[in-house]
Design a protein around this ligand. Structure first.
Ligand SMILES: Nc1ncnc2c1ncn2[C@@H]1O[C@H](COP(=O)(O)OP(=O)(O)OP(=O)(O)O)[C@@H](O)[C@H]1O
Ligand SMILES: Nc1ncnc2c1ncn2[C@@H]1O[C@H](COP(=O)(O)OP(=O)(O)OP(=O)(O)O)[C@@H](O)[C@H]1O
Ligand SMILES: [Mg+2]
Ligand SMILES: [Mg+2]
Lengths: 227, 227
């Protein structure tokens, strides 16, 4: 159970205060598939970074299974991030000097998974996203959509209960995007909680709920029709 | 007049030869609006880098207004790139330590434009893409779609005759993407040559021709119906 209560986030740029999240109230139940849509700059990625324990709110609270995460020790936050939450970044954040397969293995390295098991699982995940034949390419030897797919594979490395994906099909053609959507739906069908930021109506409609953000607030909740 | 004759491009990864472009024949006439579509990894960005004089073919020729560019001295190539071709990169390539407005000014610095003129034009371009209120933010203080819009503004800095845009609306919501498409259409209406790689059918339909790439080749040309 993911719960945000009165979450705000502001940044300081020079001497300017830039308010970005202006009071977010949000509940995501275990096993839910939630989509988040909204204009460029409305705060979607900022919200997802807070949910992914990659950033802290300026004010308000974040409860995970009834307990506030804001008071957890940093090693416990790191463990949650590494093993329970898979995060697909909007700009991928692949390690430039590591090949695709080694990028996918990295979360497993942190989790202490043995070498041979890591390699087998990483290749299996790359296979799933159609990237097995580019396993040894560096990120700068991959196309935009290929990097995106490696980032998706990496997010799944430790088989997380929660998947947070920031525009996971943004760099993909219609067909490849459809394949990724099916993967997200399969992960959801297996009981995982999936939250996706997307500009693609087809991905949003796959959700059980669509949260619409404008200017730092959730202004509307939509329940798509059964497909 | 842009002309590619039998262009191939291959890379070496480890001891593997990776053929990426497999014989491209292409003509783009002055003032044309051409869209390029195709699956992730099919060679679109590689093709555009060659067209933008950012990369050289492995074999074949590239003629610009009847003369081969492959034999031009590097300062002449740099001048063409800086003043005649605007390039919007798929992953934006903004300078991390420079603010949005200084990133947009950079091509004008290379072209020797005086300081006050540069600042005025850069702010005007940022205004056009809805980014004037983030002019002094660094790239890491901007959302994904905001970086994309700054990259578009920068490509237009020296008022190029040719605009090459690699998925210019990929990170944008429907509405902002529509605004960018209108900008591309206005630039085209003013007589510029516009070539856009896109996964968005709405952008592709704005073109006078759509080139479909699969596995390193142009397999089909489509003429969209009049809108
Ligand atoms: N580190 C930062 N410092 C200052 N402002 C920031 C910072 N990070 C983000 N912002 C601002 O916060 C706002 C929201 O950014 P965010 O990345 O959450 O938007 P978004 O909804 O994901 O947009 P997009 O659809 O373009 O990805 C933007 O206006 C941005 O300029
Ligand atoms: N420097 C490189 N070294 C090796 N292979 C490369 C290199 N750059 C690109 N490639 C390969 O070339 C192929 C085409 O890449 P390109 O970036 O042109 O694809 P694309 O059509 O733009 O894809 P996308 O829609 O995902 O952006 C890919 O299979 C990629 O792995
Ligand atoms: Mg974002
Ligand atoms: Mg590309």
């Amino acid at each position: 159970m993911i719960r945000l209560v009165g979450v705000t986030k502001s940044y300081t740029v020079g001497d300017q205060l830039v308010p970005v999240l202006k009071g977010i109230h949000l509940e995501v139940h275990p096993g839910e598939f939630v989509a988040v849509m909204g204009p460029s700059g409305s705060g979607k990625s900022t919200l997802m970074h807070i949910l992914g324990l990659l950033d802290r709110p300026t004010s308000g609270d974040y409860e995970l299974n009834g307990a506030s995460v804001l008071h957890l020790p940093s090693n416990e936050l790191a463990r949650l991030r590494n093993q329970h939450i898979g995060f697909v970044f909007q700009n991928f954040h692949l390690i430039p000097r590591m090949s695709a397969v080694r990028n996918v293995e990295l979360p497993m390295v942190y989790a202490g998974v043995p070498r041979s098991k890591r390699r087998a699982r990483a290749m299996e995940l790359l296979e799933m996203v159609g990237m097995a034949n580019r396993a040894h390419h560096l990120p700068n030897e991959l196309s935009g959509g290929q990097r995106q797919r490696v980032a998706i594979a990496r997010a799944l490395a430790n088989d997380p209960a929660v998947l947070l994906a920031d525009e996971p099909t943004g760099a993909l053609d219609q067909q490849t995007g459809g394949e990724i959507l099916r993967i997200l739906q399969d992960l959801h069908a297996d009981g995982r909680t999936v939250m996706v930021i997307t500009h693609d109506p087809r991905v949003a409609r796959a959700g059980q709920r669509i949260l619409h953000m404008v200017d730092g607030e959730i202004v509307r909740e939509e329940v798509p029709d059964e497909p």
